[in-house]
Every structure is written in C-alpha cells, then in structure tokens.
Design a protein around this ligand. Structure first.
Ligand SMILES: [Mg+2]
Length: 242
C-alpha cells in the first residue's frame, strides 16, 4: 500500500484514536541487530564502570535471554522490563543500581544513534493532529514509556504522542495478543474507535484486527530486509570475536 493510499484510508471515517507502532514505524532502525547494539553499549559503558567490555556485553546478552525465559514462566506473553534487565546485567559483574543506570543510558545512546524518523508515519500523525484526533503509541518493547519518550525526543526532536503504551508496562504484547484490549480499556473507548498502524503484519495488523480495531500495515519493504540480513551477519562476526 502506498503512503497516499494509507493516508486516504486513515482519513475516512476518522476513528477517535490513532495508534502507531514505534520501532520500524515511527522510529526506523538501521540494519543493526539487538546483539550488535548490546555489544556496542557494553563497550561504551564498561570503561565508566571499570569492568571488562566483553564480560559486560556477554552479561547483557545472558540477562536478555534469562529475562525472556523468566517472563515466559511468570507473565507469559509479556516483555520484561528494561530496568530489571539492566540491574540483572550489572549484578552479574558484581555492580549495583547506579551501574544499571549507566548501562541503561549507554544503551539508549546507542539505540538513538541507530534510529531515524519514519517519514510516512510522521505524515500520518500530522494528518491526525490536523483533524484533532488523539494519537497514541502501542509498542512491543522492554523499554518503559518514558524510555520510548526519551528516544522520540532525541531522534525526532519532539514526543508526538498523547500517551505511550509499552508491552513491558502493560504485561501484554502485540506479538502474543492482549495489549490492544488493555489499551482500549485504559483509553476508555470501544475497539471500533481505534485505528492502529505498524510495520509487522501479524502483530500490528493481525492482532489489532482480531481485537476489533481497524488496522493498516505500513511495511518497511525489501531493502530493509536485506539490510537486516547483513546486520545479522555482522553481529555474528562481532560477537564471535568477543
Ligand atoms: Mg515495529
């Protein structure tokens, strides 16, 4: 679907609330992978914390895996929280809470450097704003809403949403389903009043429509798929070198 077609379909009839996915919709990642970003932020944080960069990066990756394993037992279908992941990471190299904040800052720095504005999504937000619609974000992420807000300000120069909902905050995801129902409850509207726009077909389109929302798929396209494949290869090489 072209951006023009998407905007036309977003225009009529106007839902009460426009919801957008964040990553690869409003904020576009480069071809880097999670592992590559974890290694880079580990290298950046390590000198400030006085620990070995390789050990810190390995601890971060392990904390990620463990957090998702634990959440699948404790809160199935949710995302773990970023602050808890950072605390677990630094604890495993013998450090406390202040170090977790340093790691979190470095990780957001690395993330912000690798994100750029998603022009089609921002045009859709502008259109909605011009019509006086409420605009929210619904994101599957370990970040808290404030972390996402910080990334938006750093990459876009502003935070364009009335409210940001994240899966780690709400304990439900788009990927597994359940978050759209929670967001509708919190917003105080029935499902028929929402339109969600995002890049992932199953999570952003499939789960939203299953929850009774209108939805539009805004794909990043083939070129990004190639960039991601190259990024995965680079991350593999980078990680195997330690
Ligand atoms: Mg996305």
């Amino acid at each position: 679907m072209s951006v023009g077609m998407l905007q036309d379909s977003v225009t009529a009839p106007a839902p009460a609330v426009l919801s957008l996915d964040i990553f690869d919709t409003v904020l576009l990642r480069d071809g880097s992978t999670q592992v590559e970003r974890f290694v880079k932020s580990g290298r950046r944080a390590a000198p400030r914390l006085g620990v070995d960069p390789g050990a810190l990066a390995a601890a971060r990756i392990l904390a990620h895996t463990n957090a998702y394993r634990a959440i699948s037992m404790e809160r199935p279908g949710a995302d773990p929280r970023f602050d808890a992941i950072c605390r677990a990471t630094v604890a495993s190299v013998g450090l406390g809470g202040e170090a977790a904040s340093v790691l979190a800052e470095c990780e957001k720095d690395v993330d912000a450097e690798r994100l750029k504005p998603g022009a089609p999504a921002l045009a859709i937000i502008d259109e909605a704003r011009a019509r006086g619609q409420r605009v929210i974000a619904t994101s599957d992420t370990w970040y808290a809403p404030d972390d996402v807000g910080e990334l938006l300000v750093r990459v876009l120069g502003l935070q364009p949403f009335d409210r940001i909902y994240t899966s780690s905050e709400l304990g439900a995801t788009k990927h597994h389903g359940g978050i759209f129902e929670k967001v509708a409850d919190l917003e105080g509207y029935g499902a028929e009043h929402f339109l969600h726009v995002g890049d992932t077909w199953a999570a952003d389109y499939g789960r939203a429509t299953a929850a009774g929302w209108a939805a539009r798929h805004l794909s990043r396209g083939h070129a990004f798929g190639v960039a991601l494949a190259v990024g995965r290869l680079k991350a593999l090489v980078m990680y195997s070198r330690g």
